[in-house]
Write a protein that binds this ligand. Structure first.
Ligand code: SAH
Ligand code: SF4
Length: 431
């Protein structure tokens, strides 16, 4: 979401005559767009601001969730900052840039009545795969999480506006859209929610792939599960954070779902879309987590076998209920648990990727590869693929969905050759 927000800031500043610079040196304006969700976010911002002090003349803005959480404190501690801007007022950036200076330093951390979405320009798309924010904020208040405090209450953009933006993006060459929201499946910008929005997006000619992230298990409806069986442009991939495999810890986390419910969702999803790739987030060492709770997390992972996952050591976030618990888990124990969990998750990820060696996958080519004569893209299951090509093919392949013969896999990517080049007939495929 921060990448998306940063792109919107670039768009809005382009209309003011700004252009992106490659590096801070020599820039007239530097924006630190910050995330506050884990670890030492605040300290990192202050140390970065310290480093930027040598660039005396540049105007400096701190935006995003650290800006929201710290507010005036940033102006007090970092004299080189001109403007502090929370995530809900990015549309005011041009105006505030004109108003602010080292002599008139401003902190805007309001949650305004007017929504920034009404004021931000239609997203400009730079490639064939793009993000589109449809929902923001969170009302769930998980014990460990700072998002409801920094991003504010849940808000969904009206479906007509989302569909307008999506059509505009497809006209610019986008073939894959990832819908974004902190709780994207709590989307209520139309009567039928996210499932209906996906059905409507599916009707846009030229939009071949739809994804969404991040979902909350509590808001997975039966209709959303059904859509996975019906809408071919909805990619067979779901990121559904579970956080822990222990009901006791889920309760302490205020997650509002238990393991039986979570596994029920997975079972029903697999029955309508057997090949679906599943991804999750895990937190190890939430206050109160005992060995047996952690073993339950490992057991859940073994039962589900995620295609990929993110896992984090619990980090206390100022102002959240879990931070003031009396039973914090020690750092060495957290470190030991995260290693064990990641070893298991990696094993499953490797196994998931290896099953495709020797088969064909449809890959949306969206960027040049890191090496010569190579392009890169993603499979329906969201795996990155590096594809060897002949020199003349590179520009012709951008934005195309091609059949790739998979030759090798690594934990985080696959590699292969164009099926047409390998002299192999591409089989029928879904995307
Ligand atoms: N809305 C999403 C996730 C938002 S934050 C959801 O409900 O799942 C992204 C991930 O960061 C979370 O899923 C969680 O695993 C992790 N996270 C959030 N706060 C954290 C904390 N205090 N310590 C460690 N990880 C955290
Ligand atoms: Fe944070 Fe929980 Fe909301 Fe996700 S659902 S953003 S983890 S409070």
């Amino acid at each position: 979401m921060n990448v998306y927000d940063s792109e919107r800031m670039v768009d809005i500043l382009a209309s003011e005559g700004y252009e992106s610079a490659d590096e801070p040196d020599g820039a007239d304006l530097i924006i630190l767009n910050t995330c506050h969700v884990r670890e030492r976010a605040t300290e990192k911002v202050y140390s970065e601001l310290g480093r930027l002090r040598r660039l005396g003349s540049a105007k400096i803005v701190v935006a995003g969730c650290v800006a929201q959480a710290e507010g005036d404190e940033i102006l007090r501690r970092a004299p080189n900052v001109d403007l502090v801007l929370g995530p809900q007022t990015t549309h005011r950036l041009p105006l505030l840039l004109r108003q602010s200076s080292r002599l008139n330093r401003i902190a805007d951390t309001e949650f305004p009545i007017e929504t920034k979405f009404d004021s931000l320009p239609t997203p400009t798309a730079g490639g064939s795969s793009a993000f589109l924010t449809i929902q923001e904020g969170c009302d769930k208040f998980c014990s460990f999480c700072v998002v409801p405090y920094t991003r504010g209450a849940e808000y969904s953009r009206p479906a007509e506006k989302v569909l307008d933006d999506a059509s505009g993006m497809v006209d610019q060459g986008v073939r894959e859209i990832t819908l974004l929201g902190q709780n994207v499946n709590a989307y209520n910008g139309c009567a039928g929610g996210l499932a209906e929005l996906i059905r409507s997006l599916d009707k846009i000619e030229g939009l071949d792939r739809i994804r969404f992230t991040t979902s909350h298990p509590k808001d997975v409806t039966e209709d959303l599960i059904r859509v996975y069986g019906e809408v071919e442009s909805l990619m067979p991939y779901l990121h559904l954070p579970v956080q822990s495999g222990s009901d006791r810890i889920l309760h302490r986390m205020n997650r509002k779902h238990n393991i039986e419910e979570y596994e029920g969702i997975i079972r029903r999803l697999r029955s309508v879309r057997p090949d679906i790739a599943l991804s999750s987030d895990f937190i190890v060492g939430h206050p109160g987590e005992e060995d047996e709770d952690f073993e339950k997390t490992l057991a859940l992972v073994r039962r589900i076998r995620f295609a990929q996952a993110y896992s984090f050591k619990y980090s206390p976030r100022p102002g959240t209920p879990a931070a003031s618990s009396a039973d914090h888990v020690t750092e060495p124990l957290k470190a030991e648990r995260i290693l064990r969990l990641q070893e298991l998750l990696n094993l499953h990820q490797v196994n998931f990727n290896e099953q495709f060696i020797g088969s064909h996958l449809p890959v949306l080519i969206d960027r040049p590869g890191r090496k010569e004569r190579q392009v890169a893209g993603r499979t329906p299951y969201n795996q990155a693929v590096h594809v060897a090509i002949s020199e003349r093919d590179e520009s012709a392949l951008m934005g195309k969905i091609v059949s790739v013969f998979i030759e090798a896999s690594k934990p985080n990517s696959l590699s292969g050759v164009l099926a047409s080049q390998a002299g192999l007939e591409p089989p029928e495929h879904r995307a």
